[in-house]
Write a protein that binds this ligand. Structure first.
Ligand SMILES: Nc1nc2c([nH]c(=O)n2[C@H]2C[C@H](O)[C@@H](COP(=O)(O)OP(=O)(O)OP(=O)(O)O)O2)c(=O)[nH]1
Length: 131
């Protein structure tokens, strides 16, 4: 069986703010915080999937920047690929999440990240300029 790819967007706004989204489902993950994204459809380009998911989940257009790391481990049969993004237009709304939060420097660990996302946040923290 081939690996199912999940793509996620680390949306960065001025001041080093990072968008975190609180999952609504499934029960095992509900309440945990993640980077917006979702599964790549069969035959779909990964970056196109990322842009689609941000549109569907947040109602925004994102500009996709550099990849964060290679593949991040998820549960068996899944792999997560992550990109830094910026907002091209729109204001994020929680259309499929319980809540959204912009985390500024010093707040990056104020939410209960999903297990897979905590090391991603640590890597992102080192990529963002410190001022
Ligand atoms: N989107 C996203 N999913 C993550 C992250 N971290 C993490 O463990 N996951 C897991 C949760 C899910 O098991 C899987 C992604 O599934 P999803 O529910 O977001 O995918 P989807 O939007 O395509 O949803 P669906 O149509 O299958 O319901 O990856 C993350 O940062 N972002």
């Amino acid at each position: 069986m081939s690996t199912i790819l999940v793509v996620a967007a680390v949306i960065v706004a001025p001041g080093g703010r990072v968008l975190a989204a609180q999952r609504a489902e499934p029960a095992a993950l509900a309440g945990g915080w993640e980077f917006p994204g979702g599964k790549v459809d069969p035959g779909e380009d990964e970056v196109a999937a990322l842009i689609r998911e941000c549109r569907e989940e947040l109602g925004v257009e994102v500009a996709v920047g550099e990849r964060v790391g290679d593949e991040w481990p998820l549960s068996a049969g899944y792999a997560l690929r992550v990109w830094l993004c910026s907002l091209a237009s729109g204001v994020p709304e929680a259309r499929e999440h319980l809540a959204l939060r912009w985390l500024g420097p010093g707040e990056y660990y104020d939410v209960a990240w999903l297990e897979a996302d905590l090391p991603i946040m640590k890597t992102v923290e080192n990529l963002l300029p410190r001022d």
